[in-house]
Design a protein around this ligand. Structure first.
Ligand SMILES: Nc1nc2c(ncn2[C@@H]2O[C@H](COP(=O)(O)OP(=O)(O)OP(=O)(O)O)[C@@H](O)[C@H]2O)c(=O)[nH]1
Ligand SMILES: [Mg+2]
Length: 232
């Protein structure tokens, strides 16, 4: 991986990027850093750390991305990785129900060590693929945002970084600027309107923050949902 030459940016925040093996964590970082899309899944062993410098409409910041192996046999998560983390992305694959079901597990591990206040973005990747069958339900939480993207289609890839920067700098109208325009991967077919509609539906039908399972069951019955995954 090639990255932009080291620049001294005072506002550098450590960001963990977690999620099951194959959801596209390393691809997302490589895409941002070099523009390239790698078709092959080359699993990460242990951990890779890369710094992404970002320009915003307020100031320059950098996210030091800790890209952790999703497969525990390849190293998995160690408690030491969490030290001084300021935020996290939990990624899943929108075409894989098992990776979505794992989001809650990754979030629990994160909260156990970093506390429940850490800014987190739950990020569904591979939005250009056929979506998994269970409906996705996202629970409103004060420090957690939701977005969908596709590294392959180069769609909405700035969203998770922008959402984290907004929370880190406490600036709701912060925007990333000067982001390189990325091209979709070769032969990638996708429909932007459809991808956006799916994402907006999850956000519009967000579950309330209440923890009570009876409340949740009542809402699910109202919506007549047979198959669903509560992400967080
Ligand atoms: N269709 C599609 N494939 C993607 C997308 N993003 C990544 N991939 C593919 O997903 C596979 C896994 O990507 P990686 O980035 O290596 O996955 P990872 O999460 O880093 O996996 P581990 O390192 O094993 O934890 C690769 O074959 C990528 O080409 C996407 O947006 N759409
Ligand atoms: Mg990886």
């Amino acid at each position: 991986m090639e990255f932009m030459p080291g620049r001294c940016i005072r506002d550098t925040y450590k960001c963990l990027i977690l999620g099951d093996s194959g959801v596209g964590k390393s691809t997302f970082l490589r895409r941002h850093a070099t523009g390239q899309f790698e078709e092959q899944h080359v699993p990460t062993y242990g951990l890779n750390v890369h710094t992404l410098p970002l320009e915003t409409n307020y100031k320059s910041v950098a996210l030091e991305m800790w890209d952790v192996a999703g497969d525990p046999r390849h190293g998995g998560l160690h408690n030491g990785y969490f030290f001084y983390a300021r935020c996290a992305i939990i990624m899943f694959d929108l075409s894989s129900a098992s990776s979505a079901a794992s989001v809650a597990h990754w979030q629990r591990q994160l909260a156990d060590i970093c506390g429940k206040q850490l800014p987190v973005v739950v990020c569904g990747n591979k939005a250009e693929l056929k979506r998994m069958c269970p409906a996705l339900l996202f629970r409103q939480q004060p420090n957690v945002d939701y977005c969908e993207m596709s590294s392959r289609a180069a769609w909405n890839m700035e969203a998770p970084l922008e959402l984290l920067c907004r929370r880190l700098l406490r600036l709701k109208d912060l925007k990333l600027i000067s982001q390189p325009v990325l091209k979709p991967a070769k032969d990638c077919e996708f429909n932007v309107a459809k991808m956006r509609k799916h994402m907006d539906e999850v956000k519009k039908k967000m579950l309330p923050a209440r923890r009570d399972e009876d409340d949740i069951n009542e809402i699910l019955a109202e919506r007549d949902l047979k198959q669903y995954i509560v992400l967080n």
